[in-house]
Design a protein around this ligand. Structure first.
Ligand code: BEZ
Length: 254
């Protein structure tokens, strides 16, 4: 499908997934091509997909309603890094559930293969029970809709999923995304840390500074005035003295 827009002396032809810009005054041979990979990103609502999983059929919006969801993809079943990651996710699942967070994995193989693979995952990570659903996507259509395609990793069927991880909020919108290549396994402590940060920021008008860990002080959002901050944070706050004399770095505990 092609759409054209007029922008000054340019005509923009939007031909998904590439964007062609044709300058009216110039020769057609000077058409420039920008490679654009559109896709789901933070702030977007996740599509309401019908999913086949190891725990039956799921409608994505129904699954994500009333809580937080970690939606994470893996390049493929029976691969080494993925086997360790799914085991670690299972080990950490109690920590996530305690915080009202559901887990939903994805690998591009089918449910039968996932079920065989789960035996390896649980054997490799003692004590880990894969109690969360894993989406099957043998046709690799879901990964396109969730922006989880690795452009560099291919097999005979086509592109594999990347190691993508979306954190979806109770409003069904993506709050945070990680995008790792197949060769880099994720750190579940970091996943837990960012969940704590997102939940703090959604509950109080605060943000978490560099290298923040749960329990550390937080900073007050710039949108909060000092008058409001006095009411919102009765425990008090410290304001950093900075060369600019601007009083924007206010630290508190919540
Ligand atoms: C892995 O999970 O180990 C893996 C998968 C695809 C490419 C490289 C590593």
């Amino acid at each position: 499908m092609t759409r054209s827009l007029h922008a000054g002396n340019c005509l923009l032809f939007i031909i998904s997934p590439a964007l062609l810009i044709y300058h009216r005054n110039k020769n057609i041979s000077k058409v420039s091509k920008l490679s654009i990979m559109p896709g789901l990103t933070i702030g977007d609502t996740v599509p309401n997909l019908d999913l086949q999983t190891t725990q039956g059929k799921i409608k994505l919006h129904q699954f994500c309603a009333d809580g937080w969801t970690i939606l994470f993809s893996h390049p493929g079943d029976f691969t080494p890094v993925c086997t360790t990651e799914l085991g670690k996710m299972a080990q950490y699942s109690g920590e996530f559930y305690q915080r009202g967070v559901k887990l939903l994995g994805l690998s591009c193989d089918d449910v039968q293969s996932h079920n065989e693979w789960i035996k390896d995952i649980e054997a490799h990570t003692p004590g880990a029970k894969v109690n969360y659903p894993i989406i099957s996507d043998p046709k690799r259509e879901i990964i396109k809709q969730l922006n989880m395609v690795d452009p560099d990793e291919k097999d005979s069927t086509g592109n594999l999923p990347s190691r993508a991880l979306h954190i979806v909020g109770p409003d069904m919108k993506i709050k945070l995304s990680f995008l790792y290549p197949a060769t880099t396994g994720r750190n579940m402590d970091e996943v837990l840390r960012v969940i704590e940060s997102l939940q703090k920021a959604s509950k109080f008008k605060v943000a978490t500074p560099a290298n923040w860990k749960p329990g550390d002080p937080v900073v007050i959002s710039p949108s909060v005035t000092n008058e409001q901050a006095k009411e919102m944070f009765p425990q008090g706050f410290d304001t950093a003295e900075l060369p600019s004399k601007k009083k924007y770095l206010r630290i508190t505990k919540v």
